[in-house]
Design a protein around this ligand. Structure first.
Ligand code: ZN
Length: 75
């Protein structure tokens, strides 16, 4: 279950929020822009997925987006 933490506090909080809703975090490795991906608990190709940026221009907006996607997930 261990994963690296996101350097941005607000985004890290949004990721933690997604994880409490049973979303999974996949680290992107060495990519410069993409920190990783979030997948909802629906494992099929119908499942929601979401890119997490390393350094979004507006971290609060990105964190908000992540939370909204988690809320809207129909699974
Ligand atoms: Zn979903």
């Amino acid at each position: 279950m261990a994963r690296k933490r996101h350097p941005n506090k607000e985004i890290e909080a949004a990721i933690t929020y997604a994880e409490t809703a049973e979303w999974r975090t996949i680290s992107a490795g060495k990519s410069a822009h993409c920190w990783g991906k979030l997948y909802c608990k629906e494992a099929s190709r119908e499942g929601c997925k979401l890119s997490i940026w390393s350094t979004p221009r507006n971290a609060s907006d990105h964190a908000k987006q992540i939370r909204q996607r988690v809320l809207k997930c129909p699974h």
